[in-house]
Design a protein around this ligand. Structure first.
Ligand code: TSJ
Length: 651
């Protein structure tokens, strides 16, 4: 770490050509994800510079012509001539694959890791790149271009060497790139995705200012700025923003062990769910891993010790379980370390064994004095008290659960009575439609293909599980019939292998009520059967909003935009607007919404757990005021409902 970077440290491995041939190998995909990956590659460099204390501002601009600019006020990419290659550092960074300290073992970099393939990959996959470096009073420029001629494709070719173009008082690096439309299926960057990630980075890198400007729409520039002096403490407050915290300020712990930097912020609320968001080198570790394990085990140990010391637990008492201390806990865990290894299905699980003892050491070292601090007496008592209550509730829940199991055995028949099951027995082919309202349920029952489609009609509102412990969930009839139909069990008992349907489709009206029911169901899935969502089994049916009839021909439209397109220049048609699913007859419902050949369904996909979490608590939590605000902000619950926007749904 205490190593001065020089231009010759940059390692040189292979030519740029490989990148064009197999873009997926370098950036994952050539879809929207891969496109944004280009931006993260560049942003990572600026974040590194800021994390090392040399820059405090990172600005992203979506330019009018579709190019993207990233600018920081750091030291500037080295402009000196590389010893072995004989060209400037800037040229090396943009033309040599795997150039950059990140790939050396004595790397200075803490960011990237998942990204970290470097600026050369961005250059290879861009039509052109322009670089400006301002350093030591001088401004330098260089540009690169990709083109095709009789010899084939040439990518990322310098248009000339790095050139000094004048004097400047500024300092920093500015890179503009034009993603190549010949490579990407889409070259349209998404303002919300970028905004969300920059906000996250701002939380994870306190006191660094992140700016986003969107100039693409003429006369309608959009701007966002993120800056959090409190870092991950502010993140926790934001996540808990709609809950009732048990104490005002999050607990903040930081330390370093064996070259691993550990930062933790945590705060309990009066809710029941546990929400731990972890990151390594700014990368979300959605599947958890060794660092989270260390956090949980240390929290349990330290808190039990504390409870014994203050007499909440007596000698004869059994220790409280970890989950008791995590009831209502929101925590953000951020590590910085080298040579990170990812595991798990989506490669978002930290595998480094050394991370666990490092987190444990920092927690065991720093948490006790905070608990013991007289100023924090109330905080400590609140946590202990909450855990004791949680333990009692857990015991009650265990009893209720086994009762519910017994009960459900007895009442199995009436419970699944509401479900119209399908005749086919292959779960891989079967679909469960959860339909709002009895009349729509009736139409769906008649209209479906009973060989593989089952219907579960919902009467009235679904229980808001966000405000309930598991025993109340198990007492709710509506949810019990759903749980029985799914076959997977819930919570700790959840087992995806027992899922009876490949697709679980929510079918609700395209109005506010329908949106609410959908949000309630998604909340239930999110809290109790998360695997259904992460494995991609949950869908949202998209019934049409309009029917355009001309003669004996009918065209269905999903939304106003489609209606406009379809009816443009058309005359002499009749228009029907469906107020709800109930207005459709069985044939129409089949044709438009259920028939796999015609229907559009949107798959629910949790990409951004922190945002979904925030959203779930915002929509379902105790505080009403922010929820109202949110609902009016997203009043159009039809297609662009909150989950569509925030959790990112893809067709
Ligand atoms: F991706 C990129 F390489 F194109 C890029 C790099 C893009 C952007 C917007 C910024 C950067 C960048 C690189 N910002 N700051 C730096 N800093 C360095 O590369 C740097 C400067 C000086 C020294 C040194 O040891 O003197 C070391 C480094 C890594």
């Amino acid at each position: 770490m205490n190593h001065e970077y020089t231009v010759s440290d940059i390692k040189v491995m292979e030519g740029l050509e490989a990148v064009r041939v197999r873009p997926g190998m370098y950036i994952g995909s050539t879809g929207s994800r891969g496109l944004h990956h280009l931006l993260w590659e560049i942003v990572d460099n600026s974040v590194d510079e800021a994390a090392n204390g040399y820059a405090d501002t990172v600005a992203v601009t979506l330019e009018r012509d579709g190019s993207v600019t990233v600018e920081d006020n750091g030291r500037g990419i080295p402009v000196g001539i590389h010893e072995k290659l004989g060209v400037s550092g800037v040229e090396v960074v943009f033309t040599q694959l795997h150039a950059g300290g990140k790939f050396g073992n004595d790397s200075y970099s803490y960011s990237g890791g998942l990204h970290g393939v470097g600026a050369s990959v961005v250059n290879a996959l861009s039509e052109w790149v322009k670089v400006e470096v301002a350093t030591a009073g001088r401004l330098y420029q260089m540009s690169f271009k990709s083109y095709e001629d009789k010899d084939g494709m040439h990518s990322g070719i310098p248009e000339g060497p790095l050139t000094e173009v004048g004097r400047t008082r500024r300092q920093g690096t500015k890179v503009t790139f034009m993603p190549d439309a010949r490579v990407f299926e889409t070259v349209e960057m998404n303002f919300e995705i970028i905004s969300r990630r920059l906000r996250e980075l701002a939380y994870l890198n306190k006191s660094v200012r992140f700016k986003l400007t969107d100039l693409r729409e003429r006369g309608n520039a959009k701007e966002r700025e993120y800056y959090f002096e409190g870092g991950i403490c502010d993140f926790v407050k934001y996540l808990n923003g709609d809950k009732v915290p048990l104490y005002d300020e999050p607990i903040y712990i930081s330390g370093r062990k064996d070259n691993i930097i550990v930062e933790i912020a945590m705060q309990h609320s009066d809710g029941y769910s546990e929400n731990v968001f972890s990151y390594v080198n700014n990368i979300p570790t959605t599947e958890g891993g060794t660092h989270e394990t260390g956090f949980r085990s240390a929290l349990t140990k330290v808190m039990n010790d504390y409870c014994r010391r203050i007499g909440v637990l007596k000698d004869k008492d059994a220790s409280l379980s970890g989950e008791d201390f995590r009831e209502g806990l929101t925590a953000v865990l951020s590590l910085r370390m080298q040579n990170i290894q990812f595991e798990g299905q989506t490669k978002t699980k930290l595998g480094n064994t050394e991370a666990r003892p490092a987190v444990e050491a920092v927690m065991t070292d720093r948490l006790p004095p905070i608990l013991e601090d007289l100023k924090n007496a109330q905080l400590s008592a609140m946590i202990a008290d909450k855990a004791v209550k949680a333990a009692k509730a857990r015991e009650a829940a265990r009893r209720a659960k086994s009762m519910a199991r017994e009960k459900s055995k007895l009442e199995n028949a009436p419970l699944v009575g509401k479900l119209s099951s399908c005749t086919g027995r292959d779960p891989k082919l079967n679909e469960l439609f959860i339909v709002e309202g009895d009349s729509a349920g009736g139409s769906a029952k008649q209209g479906r293909d009973r060989r593989f489609q089952a219907i579960l009609p919902l009467r009235g509102k679904v229980l808001n599980v966000e405000k309930k412990r598991i025993e109340q969930v198990l007492e709710n009839e509506e949810l019990r019939s759903l749980i029985t139909a799914l076959g997977t069990g819930i919570g700790e008992d959840f087992n995806i292998d027992n899922l009876k349907y490949d697709k679980v489709v929510i079918l609700s009206d395209a109005d506010q009520d329908g949106g609410h029911i959908r949000a309630l169901l998604l909340t239930f899935f999110y809290r109790y059967t998360k695997g259904l969502i992460t494995d991609g089994h949950v869908y949202i049916g998209q019934p049409p909003l309009y029917k355009v009839q001309k003669g004996d021909q009918a065209i269905y439209c999903q939304d106003d935009k489609e209606l406009e397109r379809v009816t443009k220049g058309m005359r002499g048609y009749t228009l029907q607007r469906y107020k709800g699913l109930g207005e459709m007859n069985p044939e129409q419902l089949w044709e438009t919404t259920m028939d796999p050949k015609n229907r559009t369904m949107v798959k629910v996909n949790i990409e951004d757990a922190a945002t979904v979490e925030h959203l779930v608590t915002l929509l379902m939590g105790d505080k009403v005021a922010p929820r109202k605000e949110y609902i009016s902000e997203f009043a159009d619950f039809n297609k662009h409902d909150s989950f569509t926007n925030k959790a990112k749904l893809d067709s």
